[in-house]
Design a protein around this ligand. Structure first.
Ligand code: HEM
Length: 509
């Protein structure tokens, strides 16, 4: 009997000890949560306990919509994790991102690394190094250093128009069905590759996702927000991935037959050829020339170019598709846009193949209103871009936020800001065509944030606008568009990954 008691004690004791330990840890964490200044900030209860709540939202593929709902329910600041809050109001966002702000990029940005040991402009967290890198890249990315950006963009768009015309010519009705979720990313990738490297990927011409780049980009866009939130997983991946033979399996590398690694190899070959040629004395022709001239090493130039290709394609393609969808779902807007375009074509005496300068397109009020309104409703870069509160802490919306808290930025919710009026959910370009200067200024101040702000504002904003202006102009100049299936305009996976955006394009006379 006493022997049996002894055995039971030996088995029971560790279980009792473990249970007590678990209870104690839970109690301590409960007390900590009660004590945390963040506990006063409203938000879903489960979110204050675990980041898994946010992971579940990500998994639903509706994170953008969920963030909008949260702010409607709880206000401008919401707690979405034990150490994370998210803000939606433009003025706080502006203050966080301002040049000289003491808020810094958080570990979320590590998830944008393509190599555990290497940072690029999008993932560098050290403010000084980040600003130095921006300085080196900005002349190339803004297009200042590159000859004839506009001509390159025009050539690719005209190429696409020719492809559509050829397909339409095979039908009497001059009608063709196009999947814009393929054609637009192909076009933007061809353009940005040409501007980066002087060589296009020829995706449109071959009607293929060359090197599987877009496919790999989409997979990355799905995985990145998870890694940005599950910091332990990211740490594990970076630690395990350090040895070379594992790294080559976990991260893109030049031996991959397709995807980002294959593109890295493509870039590297061009970089090596350029190095062998020596510095080109003529004016800088593409971003690679600019990066070399401004002192980047071949390895750095390769990594930055891969980042530029990725940042340039995804956001711009999504924005263009968003604007097109808005216009074609509103036949009245399409008609007015085409009147605006036809007026310019005739007043500029343009022949059918003449392109119109961007300076002219920038002055077209209705076209500009369509672009701005489309960008408002479909802002392409949103999820969280978490910054860290400086050690001294901060006050936001009447709450004290301790140093070290992660602050997510909620772009999508600001599109519903009251400054836009009571019909914020509608596409109404006319809201940008009013005479009230004060109101227009306020709306423009909010909209500016679609491209970020201050110390990390988008470096490709000029180029993005050149593409938006020119593509929207030429597409609607040459075609009447309608949705192939108005009930299901497109399929969206995650927040930004679109497929099956089929439209019917009829050639205009
Ligand atoms: C409509 C199209 C685009 C939108 C809406 C957009 C939006 C943004 C936003 C919001 C950021 C700031 C991210 C942050 O806060 O950390 C950003 C950064 C950036 N964008 Fe864009 N972008 C667009 C197109 C482009 C293009 C075409 C390029 C390249 C040519 C580009 C290159 C970059 C780069 C390199 C950064 C990083 C800047 C930094 O970290 O300092 N973007 N973009």
């Amino acid at each position: 009997m006493s022997f049996l008691l002894g055995v039971r004690t030996v088995i029971a004791l560790p279980i009792v000890l473990l249970a007590s330990l678990v209870k104690m840890v839970s109690l301590i964490s409960l007390l900590r949560r009660w004590n945390s200044p963040l506990s006063e900030i409203p938000g879903p209860r489960l979110a204050s306990w675990t980041r898994l709540w946010w992971i579940k939202v990500l998994y639903s593929g509706q994170a953008d919509a969920e963030l909008v709902k949260l702010h409607k329910k709880y206000g401008s600041i919401v707690r979405i994790g034990p150490k994370t809050v998210v803000v939606s109001d433009p003025e706080t966002t502006r203050r966080i991102l301002a040049v000289g702000s003491r808020f810094t990029r958080g570990p979320w940005f590590d998830s944008l690394r393509l190599d555990p040991d290497q940072t690029t402009v999008v993932s560098e967290r050290d403010p000084k190094k980040h600003q130095e890198l921006r300085y080196v890249l900005s002349a190339g990315l803004s297009g200042k250093d590159i000859c004839s950006v506009e001509t390159i963009v025009d050539d690719h768009i005209q190429g696409w128009m020719r492809i559509l015309n050829t397909k339409q010519s095979t039908f009497d009705e001059k009608v063709v069905k196009v999947d814009l979720s393929q054609a637009i990313p192909f076009l933007t990738l061809d353009i940005i590759a040409h501007l980066c490297l002087g060589a296009s990927f020829r995706c449109l011409e071959t009607d293929t996702d060359q090197y599987g780049f877009l496919d790999a980009l989409q997979t990355g866009m799905i995985a990145q927000p998870y890694l940005g939130s599950l910091l332990e997983l990211k740490k594990l991946l970076f630690t395990v991935g350090r040895p070379a033979f594992i790294r080559s399996r976990l991260f893109p590398n030049a031996n991959n037959p397709k995807g980002l690694g294959r593109v890295m190899q493509f870039i590297r070959e061009i970089v090596e050829r350029r190095m062998a040629q020596g510095p080109r004395n003529e004016a800088k022709v593409d971003m690679l020339d600019s990066f070399f001239a401004r002192g980047l090493s071949p390895d750095q130039a390769t990594s930055e170019l891969l980042v530029v290709l990725s940042s340039g394609v995804g956001a711009t393609a999504y924005a263009i598709q968003g604007i097109i969808r808005c216009v074609i779902e509103n036949p009245n807007a399409q008609r007015k846009l085409q009147q605006d375009i036809d007026h310019v074509v005739s007043s500029e005496n343009c022949g059918p193949r003449d392109v119109v300068n961007e300076s002219v397109i920038k002055r077209m009020s209705y076209l500009q209103a369509c672009i701005t309104e489309g960008l408002r409703l479909y802002p392409p870069v949103s999820l969280l871009r978490e910054r860290v509160v400086p050690p001294e802490g901060d006050y936001m919306h009447g709450y004290r936020i301790p140093g070290g808290t992660f602050i997510g930025l909620n772009g999508p919710a600001s599109k519903l800001h009251p400054v836009y009026g009571s019909d914020v959910e509608d596409f109404r370009p006319e809201r940008w065509l009013i005479n009230d200067e004060t109101q227009l200024k306020q709306m423009a101040r909010n909209m500016e944030l679609v491209f970020g702000y201050g110390a990390s504002k988008c470096l490709g904003v000029n180029l993005a606008y050149t593409e938006l202006n020119k593509i929207i102009f030429e597409l609607f100049r040459n075609h009447d568009l309608r949705l192939a299936d108005p009930e299901h305009p497109w399929k969206a996976r995650g927040d930004f990954i679109l497929s099956d955006f089929h439209v019917v394009a009829s050639r205009r006379n």
